[in-house]
Design a protein around this ligand. Sequence first.
Ligand code: ADP
Ligand code: SF4
Length: 682
Amino acid sequence: MTRDPRYDILFEPVRIGPHVARNRFYQVPHCNGMGHRDASALAAMRGMKAEGGWAVVCTEMVEIHHTADVSPYVELRLWSDHDIPMLARIAEKVHAHSSLAGIELCHSGYTASNLATREVPIAASPMPTASYFNDPVTARGMDREDIRNLRRAHRQAALRSKQAGFDLVYVYAGHGLGIFQHFLSRATNFRTDEYGGSLENRARLLREVIADTKDAVGDACAVPVRIAMHEFNGSAGLEPAEVEDAIAMMAELPDLWDLSLSDWSKDSQTSRFAEEGFQEPYIKGVKKLTTKPVVGVGRYTSPDAMVRVIRQGIMDMIGAARPSIADPFLPSKIEQGRLDDIRECIGCNVCVTHDFTMTPLRCTQNPSMGEEWRRGWHPEKIRPKEEDKHILVVGAGPAGLEAARALGQRGYQVTLADAAAEAGGRVARECRLPGLSAWSRVRDWRMLQINKMPNVSLYLESEMTPETIAELGADHVLLATGSEWLRDGTGRHFVHPCPAADSADVLTPDDIMAGRRPGSASVVLYDDDHYYMGGVLAELLAREDHAVTLVTPAAVASSYTKASLEQKAIQARLLKLGVRIIANHAVSAIARDHVTLDCVFTGEPVRLEAGACVLVTSRRPVDGLWHALEGQGVAASRAGDCFGPGTIAAAVHSGRKFAEAFGKPTPDFLDLPFRREVTALS
Ligand code: ADP
Ligand code: SF4
């Protein structure tokens, strides 16, 4: 297949300072929870993006100095020459596929609490540090010597980046995480010297550092600036008009403008809250200010949208973090005319949650993400089968679909059976909930792939039993039969069932997704799960005119979604819909016309009138078939929620893991199933 000429424009080369990018696909810097701890895994992941056709592949933020320490987050470091080989490995992997390697040098100012280094943080102006845990740390305001030292540190880091082989060396003023943004913004710069006050003064340090960096490495490296177009803080902070004025002042100074929103939760909005291209209104004024290439992001997965933003003069290169995570081969697939093979990002931010949990990056759509080096997985390739086998996969949810697809790719004969009338399992149900329609891509991409495979057959409305399994006579059975929500209220807070009157109207998420609704207008939704489901169902019921009270033992609604950057948006949406939120309480009893709540601190009971109660507490595996097969002499395994209920990402990964391992000897429980980077002590 060849590329559609409509997309030729995406494959035009773009000059960036002393370098030429081979096309317009630009993997902007993104965090990944691997950083300096998992250097080889990180380098392999970046290399995979280059292999997939991204002309520019960048690192995440790289701390330029030991006062830029953002621990406990695991980012990259360039504190001394010792860090150069690790960074050089990344540049080397990117260069191996003729792409340009970019490094995002970063000093995080008052957002670096220096918890590991124990240095007093430095900032444009003195203020408490901003951190996830509200650490008891205050940053000191920088004096002129500090500013000179910061410039020296940035210059030294730029020289080290050049030595490590990078082609693009960033000056970072984005996401509320870069100190040059803190100087630029009235929200964080209260100085009265020549670095504070007027926009010209607030922009002074940024301008100086761009010039320093150009001077240090401009002969060999391009110098992009990543800048926040909006801080969503009203006139108290940066707004597009003022940022455009700042850009106009130094329009030709850097070699590229990389535009973003601040903070990160505004920049990486999920599909629940923002559409593809959501940043266009904020960035569209920049191109007319500069002749330098402009990069923007907006979760672009559609080549038509990409062509449009280039033709409309909104940007020159298509920036992407999440679309490149979901499909490192997105550019190659457009180039080869394989559009329906693109694994589109669903905008769920599971990737982001793992930067927050300081664990290796993963992706709902791309189970190989983060596993390139550790397990040797490739997003596009898998080894062929060792011998002919027929595998029955029971359950066509995310786990079963991915297992069937990957086993099919290996060449096995696969029968995929599901009791339901449609494929997709939980994804088919959940994508009908408010804001989650893009999640159907998990099913749709796999179905498209499976439909192309003559060796994979899908049977719907086919409930499997031990008898039908025996009849089919497959060599191996994979049970991917999913999970169900508990009806008894056990979860994290109460591990024993919650007493409920027989007359009480109690529903689970499964009931609601199956179309059942509370019999009463007033509903308590008890969320002891803390991820998206409770908040989404509260939204659904509120939109259907129920009077909803969301009760949670946590301090906020959908508390885990802090890690997916959605919590504030979720709580704001619920409050606007009139949902009452009662935090720090757990449902301890359910009666026909009320529930009893216990304060999580004092245990004090509170009576709350309600005619129905929706319990979003925990799930248990649907594994009856697994147990029924025990002792029957059937070679069987489990994958996905039926083995351990978790995220959709975990289910997809589990299906892939089965397909990767099938045909290999089962490893001993005591053997580590993946590679690990271990510091060798001398
Ligand atoms: P996972 O997230 O692990 O993929 P899901 O809950 O999304 O799990 O999907 C499980 C699928 O398994 C559902 O579509 C369900 O209809 C199907 N299923 C469960 N038990 C059987 C069975 N005995 N025979 C066929 N399909 C089954
Ligand atoms: Fe997109 Fe979700 Fe994958 Fe992140 S985890 S890249 S948001 S599909």
